[in-house]
Design a binder for this molecule. Structure first.
Ligand code: 5GP
Ligand code: ZN
Length: 137
């Protein structure tokens, strides 16, 4: 397996590990957006969020929550982003599912504000209905 996050999860290459258990490992990003930028990764190789089962979704996001709280407690940051890039169009480079947990402070310039689009009249209601019809639950 050539996957870099599998190698870290298996202990084959080093990382600055924050926490790990049978399901999830969290470690510092090697090229951080800010000091403390962490990655939360399922131990099992799963490509992205669409392939994560509910148990792993819960494990990954509860660990992300705890890492975010630890960043606030230790670094004194004012908040944190939990970001998951799914697919290359969304910026995913490592195709082993992971969430970024990034410490944030007001006016820190860590990332640009999100762009905002606009709907025509009725367009958002129609889209919400279409999406609802495609949900599996
Ligand atoms: P993506 O763009 O796929 O959401 O993010 C992948 C992240 O993995 C990047 O932020 C990158 O810095 C980080 N990364 C890539 N290779 C390594 C590595 O070998 N060790 C660590 N700790 N982080 C890595
Ligand atoms: Zn992997």
């Amino acid at each position: 397996m050539s996957c870099i996050f599998c190698k870290i999860a298996n202990g084959d290459i080093p990382a600055d590990i924050i926490t790990s258990d049978e399901q999830v490992i969290a470690f510092l990003d090697i090229n951080p957006s800010a000091k403390g930028h962490a990655l939360v990764v399922p131990v099992t190789h799963v490509e992205d969020l669409t392939a994560l089962d509910d148990t792993l979704v819960s494990a990954v996001f509860s660990t992300a929550r705890e890492v975010g709280k630890a960043l606030m407690d230790t670094l004194g940051c004012e908040g944190f982003n939990v970001i998951m890039n799914n697919g290359s169009a969304a910026g995913q480079v490592v195709f082993h599912a992971h969430t970024h947990v990034i410490p944030r402070n007001h006016d820190d310039g860590v990332m640009p504000k999100m762009a905002r689009a606009q709907y025509a009249d009725g367009e958002s209601a129609k889209l919400a209905t279409t999406l609802a019809g495609h949900l599996s639950k």
